[in-house]
Write a protein that binds this ligand. Sequence first.
Ligand code: HEM
Length: 499
Amino acid sequence: MTKTTDIDYEDIQGLVRFGHGQLSASAFLLLKIADLEAARRWLNSAAITSATESTPAPQSALQVAFTAPGLRALGLAEDLVEQLSDEFVSGLGGDTNRSRRLGDTGSNAPQHWRWGGSAETTPHLLLMVYADPTRLDSLLTSIREPQFEQAFTQLAELVSRHNGPREPFGFVDGISQPLIDWQQQVSTDLHQRDRYSNRLALGEVLLGYRNEYGLYTERPLLNPLDVDRDDALPDAEDQPQLLDLGRNGTYLVLRQLAQDVRGFWQFVDDQAGADPQQREQIAAAMVGRQRDGTPLIAAAGEAIDGSEPSDRQNHFTYARDPHGHGCPIGAHVRRANPRSGDFPVGVDNWLSRLVRTLGFGRRHHGDDLVASSRFHRLLRRGRIYGVELTPEQALQAAADDSEERGLHFICLGANISRQFEFVQNAWCASSKFAGLPSESDPLLGNREPLLNAAPTDHFSIPRAGAPARCIQGLPQFVRVVGGAYFFMPGIKALRFITR
Ligand code: HEM
């Protein structure tokens, strides 16, 4: 047991606990602070939705998060800003090495972004407004009263009119999420969690709690003597003599991803020789699930911690499919979460662990190539945008592709570099994932050749008893058009920052 204190849901922003799925419309306002005093007043009294459960569910929700320039603009002391993580402080679009690692090169490069690619276009804050589709516009009008207009200027407004279950390529999304260990009942002791588990330590999502290493992520801590009211912030769990500005807060990654729905289905159709059944199979192999969300892997026979056998959509791992005959190794969902444990199946006592740790006893050449999933989980909270174009419509010659559609990809996590950046870089963008050559994520890849001119635009579908089918010349289907790293504070921390 690692539980030390009860959870104060009142202090946590609701988006961490709920996706607000019943509020299917949303507007994400990207704002700059125009008038500091007006901004502080507005933010300090804003009715931010907390993570407390309420029945009936709320009719609307409001969440807020800040970039590092935004925290500075609000007057937060520089030493506190700098105690937040380096990647947050330097920003998503602010470092060419980071951009290269994340695949933000070529047409994905920050200099082409509509927002977030330069200091001028990087917002100070993100205001997230959720409502029923019939109420979104009136809610936005009521928010934009004179004090708000005085406080902020708007860089962009990312609207999602209706967040259905399917993302724009037509696949059911949002099926797999980690199960957060809110009660902190599961041991974070390394070696008690050798196998894949869907349960995730609270400190992987929120700052101020133990993470999967049993440690506390770095975050801004204050001496109570430096604060006018010592009840303004929660105590630091690991250093109770200090106040914790990070506790109950999380980092939020927002990337605006435009999807070429027509290009995707027409390419897949060409590869399938216009055969509808093959078309579905190739598309499903690229995603790693069928369009209706059915996994390409049979449900696991063994127990998976944090996953119920009745949840047929998620009760599986890839342990019994080492060669990718069921689900290709390079499929999007297998890259984004390889469902790997600290050790492969069969390694469950000190001797077999020792043997593996020394590099012996491998059953498959890929056994040790993929890191353990539990250190790299993402809590996804994205919303789709644009008018729906079904795969059938996309295949018609006169398909309308003038309107942009895509995903406002959002993920939350306590460690941007170990979670979002690792998944995006080492698992999705990498053309060496799990030993695969020449291919990156079939959905997300930017298809840019490597520095040594090696291609990255292949996708292989392994087949039992036959050579893998290798699809070549994949075009780019997803383009990054904006993005930023935000810090979504706990509600007491928000009041403190804007006091
Ligand atoms: C437009 C871009 C994207 C599309 C169309 C897309 C589509 C999908 C779909 C259809 C699923 C399966 C549904 C599910 O398992 O919940 C999925 C799962 C997932 N995606 Fe994406 N995705 C996109 C971008 C990203 C990005 C940028 C990341 C992270 C870097 C990501 C990470 C994940 C993860 C972690 C899962 C769950 C895998 C699992 O736990 O089995 N996705 N995505």
